[in-house]
Design a binder for this molecule. Sequence first.
Ligand SMILES: CC(C)(COP(=O)(O)OP(=O)(O)OC[C@H]1O[C@@H](n2cnc3c(N)ncnc32)[C@H](O)[C@@H]1OP(=O)(O)O)[C@@H](O)C(=O)NCCC(=O)NCCS
Length: 240
Amino acid sequence: MELPTLWEEAPSSHDLPENQVQVWQATLPRTEEEAAPFLPLLSADEAERAGRFLVDRARAAFVGARGTLRLLLGRYLGVPPLALRFCYSAAGKPALEGQDLCFNLSHSQGLALYAFSRRLSVGIDVERLRPEVADVQIARRFFSTREVAALELVEANHRTEAFFTCWTRKEAYLKARGEGLSLGLDSFAVSLGEPAALVHSDQGTDECRRWRLCALHPRPGYVGALCAPGGDWDLRCFHR
Ligand SMILES: CC(C)(COP(=O)(O)OP(=O)(O)OC[C@H]1O[C@@H](n2cnc3c(N)ncnc32)[C@H](O)[C@@H]1OP(=O)(O)O)[C@@H](O)C(=O)NCCC(=O)NCCS
């Protein structure tokens, strides 16, 4: 049985050993006022992107999420947050040029999750549990046939959690690969229960063995998932 994630208080120093993936959770600002301390940490292109959000709360979340990312990366690397330069893959995955520090982030309704590793391509996803979204019709649009069949077997009172468990595992895998939705959502399948796993890939069983998925339980009302290449690494999770 998979153990629930243990969320530790932030460590005094930011060390990231080779054989570790570290996950952080942070509460995001909801208003312009709450987001204000993060704004000076953003680059000009990020500030410009923030300015294009039409909804205040979405803008505050973006500013807080990027600002927190820069604070965390800055501490790992021992540099000021604004000194960091991101580059982007063709599908939009941000990375640090010329660094072995890999990262990924996700945010959903007031909460952000971050994953960091040395050289392991990480993907992370978080979703707030929203019963109005967790619908079999929506599952048929985004999930594989195998996943829809598994979801239909779940008792009605556990279906919202199973839906978002599936969703976050799929997203975490996609985000670890970094190619976005160009990899067909029905070309692979994840487990909905324990253990978290990639259980099918049209690319074959080696692809399933190549990746490790971990379930994350950041706080009540949210589920998350982390994906990274399999191997001998430990997971540690922190509160910011
Ligand atoms: C863009 C995408 C990576 C995730 O988007 P999302 O779930 O809306 O947003 P999240 O909060 O989880 O992640 C956004 C972050 O992922 C990162 N990201 C962007 N493109 C990425 C990519 N191709 N690969 C990995 N990470 C990426 C960025 O840091 C982004 O944060 P930003 O807003 O600060 O730039 C992509 O997978 C997508 O378009 N998903 C659409 C939703 C969908 O259809 N999902 C099907 C699930 S079954």
